[in-house]
Design a protein around this ligand. Structure first.
Ligand code: ATP
Length: 249
């Protein structure tokens, strides 16, 4: 079966500095894939290369078999890839309802319908209500997103990213800054909302990574040194040496 994401021999230089070197990554359809690696290894840069926020210096990225490197982020989004950012990225002054509705309008092709009364579109209203229910924020629907707790804002963003109809979802450190209990709730949410979709996640919390991922890739100095199941990664001596250290024993 064609891979959901295929990164082939990608290199990214900023000036003379090579940040990503001969990057090869294959994510199967329906797989939950985690990318781990030390600070500054190039994980966010890898996501930016996949989502079109930066272009590779050389090499190629494919989404469901089609070359997407060179396309702009919204074009890649239209082809079914949605991403969240490391920093929370919701519209602070808009209500929770409006934030979700915005993603739904985009996904349902009403993207420039600002002259219409969008709440009168039944499919938009129903889908928005469904997503709010999925992310357990119905009781907060009229609150400006900026007034939600930090964890709620991150959940809203996860909901918007996943629920916008994309089949391939990439999440950059979705549980960063959350307490243990909030992390557990967010992981359950991610697991539920990505059922049947392809997920690529960058995450520092190893309990999240090893609990959620079907496969893991380890990025060190802009190069993937190992890809495999959690068990293979746990046992891999290169990974132990380069990244996991004592945690892996
Ligand atoms: N636009 C840019 N111009 C120059 N250097 C950059 C640029 N973006 C990233 N870098 C550098 O690329 C390297 C990788 O950064 P990146 O943010 O991808 O790492 P990361 O693995 O996501 O780190 P962290 O775990 O700390 O979030 C860093 O050394 C960073 O300074």
């Amino acid at each position: 079966m064609t891979a959901a994401i295929e990164v082939s021999a990608v290199e990214k230089r900023f000036g003379n500095v090579s940040i990503i070197r001969d990057l090869n990554l294959s994510v199967a359809q329906g797989e939950r894939h985690a990318i781990i690696g030390p600070n500054g290894a190039g994980k966010s840069t890898t996501f930016n290369l996949i989502s079109g926020h930066i272009k590779p210096t050389s090499g190629e990225v494919r989404l469901n078999g089609d070359v997407i490197s060179g396309l702009r982020p919204f074009e890649i989004n239209r082809r079914g890839l949605s991403r969240s950012f490391q920093v929370t990225n919701v519209f602070a002054r808009m209500s929770v309802w409006e934030n979700v509705r915005c993603a739904v309008l985009w996904a349902t092709g009403h993207r420039y319908a600002f002259w219409k009364n969008v709440d009168s579109l039944p499919e938009v209203r129903e889908r928005t209500a469904q997503i709010l229910d999925d992310i357990h924020l119905t009781h907060r629907r009229d609150v400006p997103a900026g007034l939600l707790t930090y964890a709620e804002q991150r959940e809203l963003e996860i909901g918007i990213t996943i629920a916008s109809g994309a089949t391939v979802v990439i999440l950059d450190e979705p549980t960063a800054g959350m307490s243990h209990a909030e992390t557990e709730r967010a992981v359950a949410l991610i697991r539920r909302l990505t059922e049947g979709k392809t997920l690529v996640i960058v995450e520092h919390d190893m309990s999240v990574v090893f609990g959620l991922a079907d496969r893991i890739s380890v990025l060190v100095y802009g190069h993937i040194i190992a890809s495999g199941t959690p068990e293979e990664i746990r046992r891999d001596p290169k990974v132990k040496e380069a990244y996991l250290g004592e945690e892996a024993h």
